[in-house]
Design a binder for this molecule. Structure first.
Ligand code: FAD
Ligand code: UDP
Length: 374
């Protein structure tokens, strides 16, 4: 008898399994229908021996010292600050938009933050209530920069116009009046020294954790005895799509290795105006690996395929609320993670959510639970 069945070995499931086993001494069966742990953060050497991220570029960043310290028990870190360029009007320009972006794009030499703010202020559109992903950008940089950097990229990535997405989506990307060209502003920015998968393996290396890969909840739910469940898959799937499908945006990843040492100047180049793919990632910039060849991933967004992104818009939030009510009423099952709580969370936020769920479990349950149940 397992104390817990944990469904999904991504950040949500693995943090839960680790805490339940290590802190409470509970017996955990962790399953994933994929053939590996680490969920979407899975990295692996490709055929050429270059470490790649199978599900697109994952860069760790957080402002939470507690979350960084927790993960540091399972990995050393390689300092890394992420930088992204966007191919706009034939030039590679910094995104987030900053002073350099504006100077290069318009052939200007603005030299202070005040000058940049004045440049933007003359172009922004007055928007009374900022609701959508279009509003956020138009109100900060005006229409030309919006159209060049955001409109096309967002339509490709999400399959809808920015005016139909919550403001939270494009608000993830700041606009800066200085020359800071880092993608993230967080206090802690680093990559796990030996990769994400190795970090997960260390996290899950515990005698109380049994792992079964290539195993779907459907196959074992009625066959394996367990007392409680942590579920980290899509919430609508758990409830048999009772209220209809909750939209998740998918991606097709095209992984290639090319016969030269480097392909592009930074880890990620975005294509907001041209191409069917959104961005190209070159992993050696992220990992620091030396290799005579280099491996890249092209991302093609789509509606069909594995669920990767919850789609933040009001009608989806309303549909999720109906599923959330079912989830809240489900006895002895905790829903955790990006798919199970339908939130556009970064890795650190999922770790934070899992640690908070663990604290709630600790507060509410006898220890150990088998004593209470027996
Ligand atoms: P997942 O990693 O999706 O894990 C859920 C697991 O559950 C999956 O492995 C799935 O196979 C399994 N599962 C589902 N249903 C079942 C079932 N019925 N039976 C068995 N197993 C099941 N975050 C960052 O912080 N920085 C980044 O740079 C970043 N880049 C990203 C790039 C892309 C392309 C994507 C898609 C996401 C990115 N993220 C990034 C977000 C990050 O991937 C997530 O925050 C994190 O992986 C979510 O972890 P999770 O455990 O909730 O979900
Ligand atoms: N975005 C854009 N152009 C860019 C970068 C981002 O329009 O060059 C928009 C797009 O809608 C994207 C959102 O901002 O989905 C959030 O970007 P982020 O890099 O956080 O996306 P993620 O890494 O989660 O795919």
């Amino acid at each position: 008898m397992h104390d817990w069945l944990v469904v999904g070995a991504g950040f949500a499931g693995s943090v839960m399994a680790e805490r339940l086993a290590r802190v409470r001494g509970d017996r955990v069966l962790l399953i994933d229908r994929r053939p590996h742990v680490a969920g979407n953060a899975f990295d692996t050497p490709d055929a050429a021996g270059v470490l790649i991220h199978q599900y697109g570029p994952h860069i760790f960043h957080t402002n939470s010292e507690a979350i960084f310290a927790y993960l540091s028990d399972f990995t050393d870190w390689r300092p890394y600050e992420h930088r992204v360029l966007a191919m706009v009007d034939g030039q590679l320009l910094p995104i987030p938009i900053n002073r350099t972006t504006i100077n290069r794009l318009y052939g200007l030499s603005l030299s202070s933050e005040a000058e940049v703010e004045a440049f933007l202020a003359a172009r922004v559109e007055p928007i009374e209530e900022i609701r959508t992903s279009a509003d956020v950008v138009l109100a900060r940089v005006g229409r030309d920069l919006y159209e060049k950097f955001f409109r096309g990229y967002t339509r490709k990535q999400w399959g809808v116009d920015p005016s139909e997405l919550d403001k939270s989506v494009t608000a993830r990307v700041p606009t800066r009046a200085n020359e800071d060209d880092r993608y993230f502003g967080d206090r802690f920015q680093a990559m796990p020294a030996e990769g994400f998968t190795r970090m997960f393996e260390r996290m899950l290396d515990h005698p109380n954790i049994e792992i079964r890969l290539g195993t779907d909840l459907k196959e074992i739910r009625d066959r394996v005895p367990f007392r409680r469940m942590i579920y980290t898959g899509p919430v609508d799937e758990y409830f048999g799509f009772r209220f209809g499908k909750l939209p998740y945006r998918s991606l097709r990843f095209e992984h290639v290795t090319v016969d030269r040492e480097w392909h592009q100047p930074v880890a990620v180049v975005n294509y907001p105006q041209t191409e069917d793919f959104t961005r190209v990632t070159e992993y050696k910039h992220l990992t620091g690996q030396s290799h005579p060849r280099t491996s890249l991933t092209y991302e093609y967004p789509s509606d069909d395929g594995d669920p990767y992104y919850p789609v933040p818009r009001p009608e989806n939030a309303a549909l999720y609320k109906r599923y959330e009510a079912l989830a809240d009423a489900e006895q002895d099952v905790w829903f955790v993670g990006r798919l199970a709580t339908y939130r556009y969370y970064n890795m650190d936020q999922v770790v934070g959510q899992a640690l908070a769920t663990f604290r709630r479990i600790e507060d509410g349950l006898e220890r150990p639970i088998r004593a209470a149940a027996e």
